[in-house]
Design a protein around this ligand. Sequence first.
Ligand code: CU
Length: 118
Amino acid sequence: MTQLPLRAALLFAVLSACGGSGSSSTTVSASGATVISWYVGATNVQTTVKAGTTVQWQSTDAMAHTVTSSATPAAFAELQVPAGGLSPPMAFNTPGTFPFFCSIHGANVQNGTLTVTP
Ligand SMILES: [Cu+2]
């Protein structure tokens, strides 16, 4: 994922250019959170964190998304990712493998797996 720094830089530029829109989007990541870029076309996104890590998904294409568990039953409650903003922070405290997708755009164009290690 060598594009991540570039995406982050582009997002920062976008956010800086449109401040004061009145949007309630969360634009500041939680302290120490691992932030996953989440956009249409983000497929097979693989992220590994240690148990206890707070994770947030960030819309980097200015579109609203969800982070929805692919497991049955769902491994976690669906998160909303506001357009250009961040999902609420969620702490993953239990080791395991957590596949997810976007219920707005579909698993074909947005899917990934979060692996939580002990
Ligand atoms: Cu989406």
